[in-house]
Design a protein around this ligand. Structure first.
Ligand SMILES: Cc1cc2nc3c(=O)[nH]c(=O)nc-3n(C[C@H](O)[C@H](O)[C@H](O)COP(=O)(O)OP(=O)(O)OC[C@H]3O[C@@H](n4cnc5c(N)ncnc54)[C@H](O)[C@@H]3O)c2cc1C
Length: 359
């Protein structure tokens, strides 16, 4: 964690005891919190509480202010006081459950990145006779007798028997709007999202020896600095050091107006405060990635208002990252949800084909 102008290691119980930014009593409270949370399972009972309402009584005001509040603020910006305690509970529970005997965190990385997995899936689909298209945007649907019959896309019409929609709810709401009950459309739009701007740096040397650096210093505009090659080896990246700084923000934030070079300069100013020896010459290359709908906002009572996978159409389903709950979205859960919805569609297709053969 970056706090008060320095990096604190907070990976093991011993590190927590050495975290002098808190009094000794508060360090004990912080450590005990992990054990309390590991035992807690009844997440429904805290879903109506915000993170602050749940955590402050457990760990005390000071621990909350120093350790948790800055992280929640930079992750959820203006929504930070509305987020359900369940989100935090699941994060802490998952992090606590992947420890080795000495309390260190065990993490795994998909060798070659998730792009490799996607490419393998695409190859397999094509081998089986399927078609995968890129940069092809769906702009409209045609409905007949309660079923979708075709999609309009940027490269023509696509006919189909079953349809699965996977982008963010607001995008699906725009596509379905003309054809559905406004109340259902409203339920899709009820789920708020934050966007993300992620600056990826290719460096000729390392920034620090930390993999995941949470930033708890007020005034630093990023949720964290992640030096990926402190986890996976630089040799796998042509000897370069790869780091990224991530920022979650609403669509109204002025930072969306910056072009890539301007955003890089904005980030560099902050990074230099954190790593004073960092020199521009260390940076071989950079990329800025922007996503409008990067983080569903799981407000209090989320399970009661998040729409399910079915739609008003008999042959269309939705499966999106906003369905991943109580875990926070992530690619491994996307695979789990994908398998679930594939089974539903497969079952439905089998029944329909069965009816066809009877006819
Ligand atoms: C900075 C950052 C770091 C992350 N790190 C990790 C990590 O280390 N590990 C991990 O597991 N997860 C990580 N995640 C989360 C992970 O990226 C998401 O969970 C995952 O990308 C969600 O996949 P998805 O397919 O549901 O949504 P998306 O990846 O958002 O895909 C939706 C797709 O729909 C497309 N689309 C939108 N509108 C249309 C349209 N009209 N027609 C056709 N297509 C359309 C979009 O272009 C997009 O490609 C990270 C996220 C961020 C922002």
């Amino acid at each position: 964690m970056y706090f008060n102008g320095r990096i604190w290691k907070l990976s093991t119980p011993i590190d927590v005891l050495r975290f002098k930014a808190l009094s000794f009593i508060d360090r004990i409270k912080l450590g005990l919190l992990v054990f309390q949370i590991r035992k807690f399972k009844d997440w429904k009972s805290i879903e109506h509480l915000s993170i602050r309402e749940w955590l402050e009584p457990l760990c005390g005001r000071k621990v909350y202010k120093v350790v948790w509040e800055p992280l929640i603020k930079s992750k959820f910006s203006e929504f930070s006081e509305e987020i359900s305690a369940v989100w935090m509970w699941k994060k802490l529970e998952l992090r606590g459950s992947t420890r080795d005997k000495r309390g260190g965190e065990q993490l795994a990385y998909f060798k070659g990145g998730f792009g490799k997995l996607s490419n393998a899936l695409v190859l397999e689909i094509r081998k089986l006779g399927g078609v995968v298209q890129y940069e092809n945007f769906v702009s409209g649907i045609t409905v007949q007798d309660g079923a979708i019959v075709k999609l309009e896309t940027s490269s023509g019409t696509v006919y189909g028997r079953q349809f699965l929609f996977t982008p963010a709810f607001p995008i699906i709401a725009n596509l379905f709007e003309e054809h559905c009950d406004p109340k259902w459309i409203e339920s899709l739009r009820r789920v708020n999202y934050l966007g993300n701007i992620c600056l990826v740096l290719r460096l000729n040397r390392s920034l620090s020896d930390t993999y995941w650096l949470n930033v708890n210093d007020p005034g630093f505009p990023f949720v964290g600095v992640i030096e990926h090659t402190n986890f996976d080896l630089p040799e796998n990246y042509g000897g370069s050091h790869i780091a990224y700084v991530s920022k979650y923000l609403s669509r109204q934030n002025h930072l969306w107006e910056l072009n890539d070079d301007e955003y890089f300069e904005f980030a560099l100013t902050s990074l230099k405060k954190m790593f004073p020896t960092l020199d521009r010459s260390w940076i071989i290359d950079f990329r800025v990635w922007r996503a409008d709908f990067a983080q569903p906002v799981t407000e209090r009572g989320y399970s009661e208002y998040v729409p399910g996978s079915s739609t008003p159409f008999q042959n269309a389903w939705i499966s999106t990252m906003a369905h991943i709950y109580p875990e926070d979205r992530g690619t491994n859960y996307a695979i789990r949800e994908g398998l679930k919805i594939a089974e539903v569609i497969h079952r439905d297709l089998s029944i329909n084909l069965g009816n066809l053969s009877k006819d």
